[in-house]
Design a protein. Structure first.
Ligand SMILES: [Ca+2]
Ligand SMILES: [Ca+2]
Ligand SMILES: [Ca+2]
Length: 142
C-alpha cells in the first residue's frame, strides 16, 4: 500500500476547508456515506461513516489516531509528515497530540454543515450535487 493511502482517508475526515475536501476526494466521501443508496445522507449516516473510518484508521487499536498508527510515515516525505501533524492538531481538541474517538466523531463536521444549505440535518440529492459542483469548480480554479 502507498504510505499515504490511509492518510488520504484521514485527511478527508478532518478536512476543514472545501479546498482540503476536494483535494482528498470529498465527493467520494458523500457517496460512501449514503449507505442505503437513496441519494439522501442523514447526519446519522455521515456520523456512522466517520466512526467506521476511525476504526479503520486506528491501526494499533488503542482507541486513538496518532502518528503511531501511520507505520509507514517515516518513509513519507517531510512535507507529508508536516501535513499529518497539522491535521492531527486541527482535530485534537484537548491538545494531547492524538485524536480520540470522541474528538473525531463528535467533533464538528464542516463538510456536512457546509453542504446542508437548508440546515435540516439531511443532505438531499440537490445539496450533494451542489457540494460536488463546488468541489469540482475549486479543482478547476486551482
Ligand atoms: Ca491508534
Ligand atoms: Ca486529543
Ligand atoms: Ca438539507
Amino acid at each position: 500500500m502507498h504510505p499515504l493511502a490511509s492518510f488520504a482517508g484521514f485527511a478527508l475526515l478532518l478536512a476543514a476547508t472545501p479546498a482540503n475536501a476536494q483535494r482528498f476526494g470529498g465527493a467520494e466521501m458523500f457517496d460512501r456515506a449514503d449507505v442505503n443508496n437513496d441519494g439522501v445522507i442523514t447526519r446519522a449516516e455521515y456520523d456512522a461513516s466517520r466512526r467506521a473510518r476511525f476504526e479503520q484508521m486506528d491501526k494499533n487499536e488503542d482507541g486513538y489516531i496518532s502518528k503511531n498508527d501511520f507505520k509507514r510515515l517515516r518513509f513519507a516525505p517531510a512535507k507529508a509528515r508536516d501535513r499529518i501533524d497539522s491535521l492531527i492538531r486541527a482535530a485534537d481538541a484537548n491538545g494531547d497530540g492524538r485524536i480520540s474517538r470522541a474528538e473525531m466523531v463528535d467533533g464538528p463536521a464542516p463538510l456536512f454543515d457546509r453542504a446542508d444549505t437548508n440546515g435540516d440535518d439531511r443532505l438531499d440529492r440537490n445539496e450533494v450535487a451542489a457540494a460536488k459542483a463546488r468541489m469540482a469548480e475549486m479543482k478547476k480554479n486551482r
